[in-house]
Design a protein around this ligand. Structure first.
Ligand SMILES: [Zn+2]
Length: 958
């Protein structure tokens, strides 16, 4: 345990963190309206964006020794000339030169530098190759290696030389747009000098925080602002922001500097030899969450994990100054680590230092990925980029499945002699024994627990003290946070007591490994290359998509509940109640969920009061009167193996209204996976809104970046494990993320939108102009076309060929897409979750499911039609019942979908529909010419009408 691992000393750390800062700000000269003006088509303005400091104010440049035929020397002469005669970046932020003059550090040779001296070198990738350090040494008396390093890594992080866009794709200053990596553009407010203003207010007057515990806050402020700037204004390279590029350069520079401090400057100045490895700190949140029985346990686990990962981040980024986190998701967090050649002992010590930040029952795996050098990353070699995220992530996911269920034995020793014989295991974590740790048995562990997490209380609730602490601490924090949002499923439940687990997922695999980035065109013979900065940008765009779904879309869709109630009992009756413990208050005609808020000596309602009122058969407004003055039993909710029992009897003396809240509980918002609890009645509308957002933002690449949306409906007291297992199962609806061949039957170009109609009834509207509404988007809306999956080639959507109807369906070309899907299930029984599984073709035993995402609209339209034409519920129900009963009678379970292809059954469905009580104006004749009726018949034959009835009548209770 005493072994350690190499890490930088205090002086080295300071140097590394300052080099990181330099990497971050290396290209800030582009955060300027003058830069945008200089990039206009035919601009004559020559703006020196990489002179962010004035070399005339820096001693080594002022006093440099000119040497003929020395490249460094002529470069310096050029800078001094430019600084005197041309608009340059330092004029945009004049205080920066003196600020950077004051920040000093010693490099690997003990040479002292200030950041200002290095600044002119750091945005020039070719410098390290063309002017070796010795030349700088002769002219300046210093070899300038830290500057050469960052300049070189600026090229590794992102490429200028690769696929240079045409100059005709420059943007006029009057309309400059930045893009997402999927081609959605947003206009820069040049009228307000957006970039120059941003540069002015960037928190650069104090860069020191990057070396201190204010580091995260400082970086967040930098990110917020640097995101506005562009690394390149030419389309389609206007998608990488200055933050993406700066942060990637900083991250590469940090690890490289640590490596050089240990190993020395690379021989022959060959910076391409500097090796990296991804440090993976992985643990599958989905698995851990779905082990939880209660939402409080899940949120408690999440909080503990978030805190632990934050501590790891502080440790690695700040205290050790070895590496930056550059990717994270539900599988874990990933750092770009220098390949320091750690021995086994060193690796064990590092692993232990990281794992020690986590509680013993939630320890992650820690390992290093395969080595990859800066040179390989610079060489635009796709297999190198795969080593950064795609491969380590894939590996960790495999390990998770191998390790699942294997955790118990890990903890045998932890129980030690504190473990009573035949101890029962905690019902929350399933790891520790109930009541663990015994009072006085483990000083370290007990110290981390709240005072109220006693052994007696834990034993009473059949959990360990660790879980008890997590569960209640979550509630305590919620209370401290002024009861923002909710953490209670009973509050999320809709007015019928139903809840939905909303799951979402992007099919990101082909983007993470870089392969699909090449579908985006740069010039007629160049495609985009997956640079590290670009991958970072792709991932963070998807994360922010889900974050906006949480912060914005869900709130808007779900709306606010108007109030909660606070119930104040007579004070002598409550001494034994547990702080932030959930109880039920019961009387003859009422039972409601509350928690006890000890410091205010009050109960707070934690359920949907409309639903409560409807159970009591009174209007919601009458609830306060009904509760006031009432005598209520305080009942411990029934737990696993322990029936409900009364802990006290109270008289409610006063009832107050508290603020309202949004009834939703976000669980996960990672780049690929999203999960949230929402009221069932709002879930379908939310799915439609997310679909719309996806189409707006990802519409140009929807054929390659599929989205999967799933809804698991359940009654509010359904065990959480069943719900989460169902949700996890639903995430597999991608069916292995396979390509499907769709036949294009019609194509229309209209107002910058290309409408594609496929023979499966799906129509896509793909935007084909850039953000200005005029420039033709040559770059993003490109799809695969070909006779087979293997022979498919990328084409612009405008050039896709419509099929001649004479071509037999199994012949000819198709458009190859990864379809988006939608699925739902109602857990009317816990075991219903076992019906959510997908075969190799991505189909479920219920053959209508999953649906294509686009079916959301089609089915919605059909249901609206059905309601309009058959307003009586009983009528609709009758028709659908008849069809399904007959299917059952004729075909049994119908696994092979015989009913779908049987003309006799089709006729039966058509007849049954025709006989319903349709309005007189809507006769069921000439069906062949009536697309609406044809669609109803098709949906009836497939069983989709039954799905609709289940969804709208049974679940949404329309
Ligand atoms: Zn536990």
């Amino acid at each position: 345990m005493n072994s350690s691992f190499w890490r930088p000393d205090t002086n080295q750390k300071r140097a590394i963190l300052f080099m990181e800062a330099l990497g971050l700000i290396h290209d800030l000269g582009k955060l300027s309206d003058t830069f945008l003006q200089s990039q206009e088509p035919n601009s004559t303005l020559e703006y020196i964006h990489n002179l962010l400091v004035d070399p005339r104010q820096i001693d080594i440049y002022k006093n440099h020794r000119p040497i003929p035929n020395n490249k460094a020397s002529s470069m310096i002469a050029e800078w001094l000339r430019d600084a005197g005669g041309k608009p340059a970046a330092f004029q945009e932020r004049p205080d920066l030169t003196s600020l950077l003059l004051n920040l000093q550090f010693d490099d690997w040779t003990g040479t002292k530098y200030c950041l200002a001296e290095l600044m002119p070198l750091v945005a020039r990738p070719a410098l390290a190759r063309k002017t070796p350090s010795s030349e700088w040494g002769k002219v300046l008396g210093k070899e300038m290696t830290p500057g050469l390093l960052i300049g070189y890594l600026h090229g590794v992080a992102h490429f200028e030389k690769q696929g240079d866009p045409d100059d005709k794709n420059k943007q006029p200053y009057s309309a400059v747009f930045r893009a997402t990596p999927f081609g959605l553009e947003d206009r820069i407010e040049t009228g307000k000098n957006e970039l120059t203003t941003t540069l002015k207010y960037l928190p650069l007057s104090n860069i020191e925080p990057i070396t201190s515990n204010q580091r995260r806050d400082w970086l967040r402020a930098m990110e917020e602002n640097m995101k506005r700037g562009l690394a390149d204004t030419r389309r389609p390279h206007n998608e990488v922001s200055l933050w993406d590029w700066g942060y990637m350069t900083a991250t590469l520079a940090k690890a490289a500097a640590a490596w050089i401090f240990k190993n020395g400057w690379p021989r022959d100045n060959d910076l391409g030899k500097i090796p990296y490895r991804t440090l993976c700190i992985t643990l599958n949140r989905l698995v851990l969450y779905s082990r939880c029985d209660k939402i409080g346990d899940l949120l408690g686990v999440r909080q503990v994990l978030d805190e632990a990962y934050r501590k790891v981040q502080r440790l690695l980024e700040e205290e050790y100054a070895l590496a930056n986190r550059f990717y994270r998701d539900e599988t874990g967090e990933y750092y770009l680590f220098p390949d320091l050649g750690y021995s086994n002992e060193e690796m064990i010590a590092l692993r232990e230092a990281i794992q020690a930040q986590f509680p013993p029952d939630l320890r992650p795996q820690v390992h290093l990925g395969e080595p990859v050098t800066a040179g390989q990353l610079d060489d635009s070699n796709p297999s190198a980029v795969r080593k950064l995220v795609a491969e380590p992530r894939g590996q960790s996911m495999q390990e998770h499945t191998m390790r699942a269920g294997n955790n118990l034995c890990l903890f045998e020793w932890e129980w030690g002699n504190g473990r009573p014989e035949n101890a029962e295991i905690c019902s929350a974590c399933g790891v520790y024994p109930i009541g663990y740790p015994r009072e006085g048995s483990s000083h370290d562990l007990e110290r981390s627990l709240s005072y109220w997490a006693t052994q007696a209380e834990a034993q009473r609730l059949q959990v360990c003290r660790v879980c008890l602490d997590r569960r209640r601490r979550r509630a305590e924090d919620w209370a401290k946070n002024n009861f923002q949002g909710t953490i209670w499923i009973d509050e999320v439940a809709d007015d019928n007591g139903l809840v939905a687990l909303f799951v979402g997922k992007f099919g990101l695999e082909g983007w993470l490994d870089g392969s699909l980035v090449s579908t985006i065109k740069v010039t007629h013979n160049e495609v985009k290359y997956p640079s590290p900065a670009r991958l970072y940008r792709i991932v963070e765009t998807c994360r922010s998509f889900w974050q906006q779904v949480t912060d914005d879309l869900t709130r808007k869709t779900v709306g606010q509940r108007p109030f909660r109630l606070a119930l104040y009992p007579a004070t002598n009756e409550v001494s034994k109640l547990g702080n932030f413990h959930a109880y039920e208050l019961k009387a003859d005609s009422i039972a409601l969920s509350v928690i006890w808020d000890k410091s205010h000596r009050r109960f707070l309602t934690i359920e949907n009061l409309t639903y409560l009122a409807s159970r009591c058969r009174i209007p919601e407004d009458a609830l306060m009167d009904k509760l006031r003055g009432n005598n209520l039993h305080v009942v411990e909710p029934s737990e696993f193996l322990s029936p409900a029992r009364t802990s006290a009897k109270v008289r409610v003396e006063r009832v107050d209204k508290l603020n309202g809240y949004t009834p939703t509980i976000p669980l996960l918002a990672e780049p690929s996976v999203y999960m949230a609890m929402v009221p069932a009645v709002k879930a379908l509308e939310l799915a439609r809104n997310v679909k719309r957002k996806y189409e707006e933002e990802m519409g140009r690449v929807r054929d390659r970046l599929p989205i999967y949306l799933g809804l698991v409906f359940f009654r509010r007291h359904t065990p959480l494990r069943a719900v989460l297992e169902a949700g996890r199962a639903m995430l597999n609806m991608d069916g292995g993320d396979k390509w499907e061949g769709w036949r294009l039957v019609d194509k229309n170009l209209n107002n910058g939108v290309c409408e594609l109609a496929f023979d499966n009834g799906i129509t896509w509207k793909v935007p084909t102009v850039a953000g200005d509404g005029q420039t033709r988007d040559e770059w993003y809306p490109r799809m695969y076309e070909g006779d087979s999956r293997d022979s498919k080639k990328v084409k612009h959507v405008n050039d896709l060929r419509v099929r001649n109807p004479q071509i037999p369906p199994d012949k000819g070309w198709k458009v190859w897409v990864k379809p988006s899907r939608f699925d739902f299930e109602f857990l009317d029984t816990n075991s219903r979750r076992f019906e959510i599984y997908y075969d190799q073709n991505g189909r479920r035993p219920r053959r209508t499911r999953p649906f294509y995402l686009e079916d959301l609209d089609r089915l919605d339209t059909l249901w609206t039609l059905l309601k309009l034409k058959l307003p009586a519920k009983a009528q609709r129900y009758q028709v659908i019942r008849t069809i399904e009963d007959t299917r059952q009678k004729w075909y049994g379970r119908d696994r092979e979908e015989d009913s779908w292809h049987d003309p006799v059954f089709q006729q039966f469905v058509a007849d049954t529909l025709a006989q319903a009580a349709w309005p007189k104006t809507w006769k069921w004749t000439e069906i062949e010419q009536d697309p609406q009726k044809k669609q109803l018949i098709e949906a009836g034959v497939k069983g989709e009408l039954a799905d609709l009835a289940e969804l709208y009548m049974e679940i949404l209770k329309e």
